[in-house]
Design a protein. Structure first.
Length: 268
């Protein structure tokens, strides 16, 4: 399985941390932020990763290299100008196989990608969106599902009388390569606004998850993510190295992810 990570943004919400550093390599606890995403992907069998870069792309390459220190194969594409989420994905088309993951590069999460991929295969979906619950749905674009988990509708910041769900997109997608046929080349294209609506009722599914999820795009959330890593609220290499499991849990063969205190999706 391959993955494309979108890391082309300037990270303006996270300034001043991103004034001279691209967000993927801003330090989080003891390593560049993107290292957590790469370890998460590797844990689900993903070893071929394409970074779709933009802002300060050279710095990303210099820090991450070919990915050998991260246990993955890293390749890079670079936006000549801002291309949007789908346009940035289109640049990676020559490198992609028939099925792959697409990920927003500013999310700290431990969503179960293996189960998401399994659902995608079982439903015969063209695209499967990981979804996470939020406490205040009125501030987000919600995803409504049918009973079979196919996407019914998208609602952008609904009023109280329209709230039928608390699920939002987590920025982790399983895609078939045919999706790229819907993306025109060499222009700015939003996958959320221009591609997903065309797939409603035609192969677009949601995967509700109870995993940890946090967009670290602001200083406040960056600090929250730091705290959650140190406290073990999100499964990570830091947690595994510094916080051993209780003996009673280890004796049952339960992983660290099973006994941690789960954190629901934070605000974007």
């Amino acid at each position: 399985m391959q993955a494309v990570i979108l890391v082309g943004g300037q990270g303006t919400r996270l300034r001043p941390l991103t004034s001279t550093l691209p967000k993927p390599i801003v330090p989080l606890v003891d390593r560049p932020f993107i290292s957590y995403m790469l370890a998460w992907l590797r844990g689900h069998g993903v070893e071929d990763v394409i970074m779709s870069c933009g802002f300060l792309a050279t710095s990303v390459r210099e820090v991450l290299g070919d990915g050998s220190q991260q246990g993955v194969r890293l390749r890079y594409v670079e936006e000549p100008d801002p291309r949007g989420t789908a346009g940035a994905l289109k640049l990676a088309e020559p490198m992609l196989e028939e099925r792959f993951l697409m990920l927003n590069g500013d999310v700290l999460t431990d969503i179960d990608l293996t189960s998401q991929i399994a659902q995608h295969e079982a439903t015969g979906a063209k695209a499967t969106l990981a979804l996470v619950p939020v406490a205040d749905p009125s501030a987000y674009g919600l995803v409504l599902l049918h009973e079979d988990r196919s996407v019914k509708e998208f609602l952008e910041k609904p009023g109280a009388d329209r709230i039928e769900s608390n699920l939002i997109s987590a920025g982790a997608y399983v895609l078939e390569r045919s999706i790229l046929d819907l993306v025109p080349a060499e222009r700015n294209v939003s996958i959320e606004r221009e591609v997903w609506p065309r797939l409603v009722g035609n192969g677009l599914y949601g995967f509700p998850s109870e995993g940890y999820w946090l967009d670290i795009g602001t200083p406040e959330r960056y600090l929250q993510g730091t705290f959650d890593i140190i406290e073990g609220n999100v499964a990570s290499a830091v947690t595994a190295a510094s916080r051993p499991m209780p003996a009673s849990v280890a004796s049952e063969g339960i992983t660290n992810r099973k006994w941690r205190n789960p954190v629901k999706a934070g605000p974007r």
